[in-house]
Design a protein around this ligand. Structure first.
Ligand SMILES: NC(=O)c1ccc[n+]([C@@H]2O[C@H](COP(=O)([O-])OP(=O)(O)OC[C@H]3O[C@@H](n4cnc5c(N)ncnc54)[C@H](O)[C@@H]3O)[C@@H](O)[C@H]2O)c1
Length: 419
């Protein structure tokens, strides 16, 4: 790091825009080194954060003296570096919803000054940062990009619920259009983790998308293996166990693919490819198979219940609502589809997840998950998430004599069925 970059590092004031699953951990890590403004448009979230409470994870933290939380954008005028980490979801027609990103970019543009640096961390497709976001910054600030202000991109790789891979021990890709901006980004992020400098913003944008698309596709293949094994009346668990004994067999497991990244990012890539007259083939098949998993599971379990002589009004319990283990994030949870399919088949369905916010679930999906499992009995229990809490739960105490315990995650020794 050159001496100018070190000096800049000490003096700079950073603002993080959007304090969700990505923005908050980043802000907390950076606050050890910088005076930092945490800005979010959600005033309730800001009130909680001021008290040191993160309602996403239900965790408490000690807010550092270096942090100033606010939902008032006027304070952003004090910042010299802006890091934007707002959601980039999809619309129901599976096209990118960039409304939050563009709105946050406009807020920053109105507070932009000469020599400021704007870093985008929100996931997006190649050319979005350089062509669309930078244009908003220029238009609304009346400043000239790469002369008056600088732009960078650094995709986030945070994995909520994973204690092993965190911000501090995961290499961060950084990219910017000028050597000066690159140096400033390197100086900033090297304080908290290792960095890899990508040759361009587009390379960094694309790398983020294919990391998640690759995972989506690998899981889709294993999900299709499970579907094929079912047709062949073979155990996918046994087939995968045997295949894993080969040194180069990739260890993926079947399951429901929801969430804010893996089930969304392939659509961002497919969307931009249209502008370049290319329709990705494998990407869309992966999405198709993974989206079919709730139907496949509902049908399979329905057939098992008929074989076992369970009534058509069986009581079903789904264990897990968040999109993956040890995390409270319910966005795009495929359990919602699974529940719907079961209900359509006439089953009485309850969902239990100790990690999620039940009122928020009601707001998102229109049903409230169970508060507790006390004194309840079910005919069918399906474990969809390997939450630590579920490992301590003896599901056998929740079922009637004739029952199905379907273990999608392959973690229960006493499960009656698995894939
Ligand atoms: N959650 C993950 O595991 C993860 C991992 C890697 C990358 N990402 C990407 O990071 C980005 C952020 O995701 P997230 O999961 O942190 O989202 P989130 O929904 O948890 O948090 C986003 C926050 O931004 C705030 N916000 C929305 N619009 C705003 C605006 N105009 N100005 C200020 N604040 C605004 C919201 O109130 C919310 O608190 C997305 O692009 C996502 O794809 C997420």
């Amino acid at each position: 790091m050159n001496s100018e970059a070190i000096r800049w590092c000490v003096l700079v004031k950073v603002a993080v825009i959007g304090l969700g699953y990505v923005g908050l951990p980043l802000l907390l890590a950076l606050s050890k080194f910088y005076k930092i403004i945490g800005f979010d448009i959600d005033a309730t979230r800001i009130r909680n954060l001021i008290k040191g409470f993160d309602n996403n994870t239900q965790a408490h933290f000690a807010p550092s003296q270096n942090i100033f939380f606010t939902s008032d954008s006027k304070y952003l005028l004090e910042a010299e570096v802006f890091i934007i980490a707002v959601p980039t979801p999809i619309y129901t027609n599976k096209t990118p919803d960039l409304s939050h990103l563009f709105k946050a970019t406009k807020i920053v543009a109105k507070n932009l000054k000469k020599n400021d640096l704007v870093i985008f961390e929100s996931t997006t497709y190649p050319f979005c940062t350089n062509l669309q976001c930078t244009k908003i910054l220029s238009d609304y600030s009346k400043l000239v990009a790469e002369k008056d202000f600088f732009v960078g991109y650094s995709p986030e790789r945070i994995n909520p619920g994973d204690d092993t891979h965190c911000l501090e021990n995961t290499t961060k890709i950084i990219a910017a259009n000028t050597p000066y901006a690159k140096e400033r980004m390197r100086a900033l992020y090297e304080q908290i983790t290792d960095v890899y400098i990508a040759p361009s913003i587009e390379v960094a944008e694309m790398a983020k998308l294919i990391e998640n698309a690759q995972r989506d596709l690998n899981i889709a293949f294993i999900n299709e293996v499970a579907i094929m094994c079912d047709r062949l009346n073979l155990s996918a668990t046994e087939v995968l166990k045997a295949a894993r004994t080969k040194w180069n067999f990739l260890d993926f497991a079947p399951g429901l693919v929801g969430g804010h990244c893996i089930s969304v990012d392939p659509y961002y890539l497919a969307f931009i490819m249209k502008d370049f007259s290319y329709k990705p083939k494998i990407l869309s098949m992966g999405r198709y198979v993974n989206n079919k998993m709730p139907s496949f599971l509902a049908k399979k379990i329905r057939n098992l219940s008929v074989e076992l002589g369970l009534g058509s009004e069986s009581q079903v319990l789904i264990l897990g609502l968040s999109f993956k283990e040890n995390c409270a994030d319910m966005r795009n949870s495929k359990v919602v589809d699974l529940r719907k399919k079961f209900k359509k088949q006439g089953f009485k369905v309850k969902v239990f997840d100790p990690l999620i916010d039940r009122s928020h679930a009601k707001k998102l999906f229109g049903f409230k998950p169970l508060k507790s499992l006390e004194s309840r009995k079910f005919d069918i229990v399906i474990l969809v998430n390997a939450h630590k809490e579920f490992l301590d739960l003896d599901i056998r105490s929740l079922v009637r004599e004739k029952h199905i315990v379907f273990d999608l995650k392959n973690i229960l020794s006493y499960a009656t069925h698995r894939l």
